[in-house]
Design a protein around this ligand. Sequence first.
Ligand code: GLV
Length: 325
Amino acid sequence: MIKPKIFVTDATFPEIIDYLSQWLEVEHNQADQSYTEPDLIKKLHDKAGVFAHSTRRFTAELFAACPHLKAVCNMAVGYNNIDVDAASAAGVMVTNTPNVLNETTADFGWALMMAAARRVTESEHFLRAGRWTRWRFDDFLGVDIHGSTLGIVGMGRIGQAIARRTTGFGMSVVYHNRTRLTPALEIAANNAQYLSLEECLRSADHLILTLPYSPQSHHLIGKAQLAMMKPTATLVNIARGGIVDDAALISALESGTIAAAGMDVFENEPLFNPAFLSLSNVVLTPHIGSASTSTRRAMAYCAADNLVAALTGKRPPNLLNPEYF
Ligand code: GLV
């Protein structure tokens, strides 16, 4: 039987290449060579499928230039790198990797919030620089997490996993979402209280963003929204670059509009705004929210299973454009 041809856009777990090769003819990029969007089109012109990282863009132009393409399977829950409408119009299935990363990403949101509010990386830099000569009562005073009010913007699966973690810290949860959760889900999310975005910004002691990026969420948190937050508040973005206006956040951190931030995603990744580097009240990480070994492996198998299903005549479990079927 002739195996459908696929391309794996970036280096992945070697076992995933072996796994895919059972059903598919795999061209891979285990050497992790860089290439441009036109190069990607050349790679895909004879391929039926692609195992993609979310750093790769899939546009209407790409679909027009790759007539054999049947499936784009993202190894990420977010899929704003793919023009899904254009994919549907071109008859291309699109899939993502939901659920497998909820708890790991929720853990990481928590890590960034605690690190920012309690000034963990800032104080570590101080210690490593050899500047710790004596203990002082006011060294690196931060803001408490326990007993505080956590605001969550984007109360999907990851937001709800974050909310569940608040019970052990004696916290209250407020949230904003496109649609209100059912009463049962609100109860499970530590009795989360649904508020308007503005009310959520004003009442949160700490705010975590876990919503998808879209034209509607572009710069949802800008100068005006940051000004609504408490001066002692922490903002954490584990969602997508572009939801926060990074330049406005930098000004807010410089001027003390808010106390601190934890940023795992940025506008224009990986070329983030260099002004972040001169700020001590922001914790910066390189888009690693889902980066535990077991979760990244689970995401890779999830993307691989979607791709194999799509190219062997089955419905992929995580199909994003069901109109295809
Ligand atoms: C990571 O950012 C993802 O969307 O899975």
